[in-house]
Unconditional design. Structure first.
Length: 325
């Protein structure tokens, strides 16, 4: 009975993550063209940060850090919770929310490349094949849904913005990886990164030539509340719970399934039209993600086995108290 209850709890948490990540893209789309994007982003994380801090405090996580760590929080927050979303809001002006979410699913591929460049991580043939499949799938998807319909160059500009979104998020991931290597818990890092992201968005809002426009319409306020509660706090809480329950390798497959949910949402609310090329492109993109995440999972298993061997062997060279990345 305990095993069955645990499986049901994991399944429920997984479904919550998929719901939050599949629907948040359309909720963001509802805010495009109403209020100033930078202001919308700042409001989202100004409201979400106190809830995240409350959750860290409830979990009795560490809250105080030095200035050098806060500098990393600022880098993580600026890329992950500000610049990333600025690109996303502007990309949504040219693409459906579903297509933006599919481009974002290539974050696994970009993380792979950045990890090889900046963290010295080895790229396996399986991961490289996954990256190529994902990139090819995206080209096919965009060609089938954009170029073949004679929509001009604007959607391709939206693709460039969406790639900027993904790249910014992955730069934030690199900062997060450095923080984790320094022993900072993910939840604590995220709680501090959110207000830094809000500050970055406010600086952009006040420094740009765009007028500061706030939309008090129920549609905007409802989408803002949804993004704060489901897209940020509940979604992140559920994903962290999933990480602890089934591990990062299997939890990461939510990034593969969420774009499918976003496509279904877009089909209902944005009249997204499915074509043969759409199916082929999405299949290639998802297969590429599966290959990359499968390679990461195998690498994690090997690392865990090596760590276990070090623990079991008295002559292990690891220093006392040292941790392995």
């Amino acid at each position: 009975m305990h095993a069955s209850a645990d499986r049901s709890r994991v399944l429920g948490t997984y479904l919550l993550v998929l719901f939050c990540w599949s629907t948040s893209w359309y909720a963001m789309k509802l805010q495009v063209g109403t209020a100033t994007p930078a202001l919308s982003i700042a409001l989202r994380f100004v409201l979400a940060a106190p809830l995240m801090f409350a959750w860290v405090a409830w979990r009795r996580g560490p809250m105080r850090y030095d200035l050098r760590t806060h500098a990393l929080f600022a880098v993580m927050g600026s890329f992950m919770f500000s610049i990333n979303f600025l690109f996303a809001y502007h990309a949504a002006m040219f693409l459906t929310s579903a297509l933006v979410s599919v481009v974002f699913s290539l974050a696994a591929m970009v993380n792979l490349l950045l990890g090889a460049l900046f963290l010295g991580q080895r790229v396996t043939w399986r991961a490289a094949a996954g990256a190529l499949a994902g990139a090819a799938g995206l080209v096919v998807l965009l060609w089938g849904d954009v170029a073949a319909k004679g929509l001009g160059h604007a959607p391709w500009f939206g693709l460039l913005l969406a790639m900027g979104m993904t790249l910014s998020f992955c730069f934030g991931n690199m900062a997060s990886a450095v923080l984790q290597r320094r022993g900072v818990p993910v939840a604590s890092a995220t709680a501090w990164a959110m207000p830094w992201g809000a500050v970055c968005s406010l600086l952009f809002a006040f420094g740009s030539s765009q007028p500061l426009v706030f939309d008090a319409a129920p549609r905007y306020l409802g989408s803002l509340a949804f993004l704060v509660i489901f897209g940020t706090v509940l979604g992140f809480h559920a994903y962290l719970t999933l990480l602890g329950g089934i591990g990062p390798a299997r939890a990461s497959y939510a990034t593969v399934l969420a774009p499918i949910g976003a496509l279904l949402v877009s089909s209902v609310f944005e009249d997204y039209q499915w074509t043969a090329l759409s199916f082929i492109g999405i299949a290639c993109t998802l297969a590429g993600n599966v290959l990359i995440l499968g390679a990461s999972r195998r690498k994690a298993v090997v690392a865990a086995a090596a760590a276990a061997a070090d623990t079991a062997t008295p002559s292990a060279t690891a220093l006392p108290g040292a941790t392995r990345p």
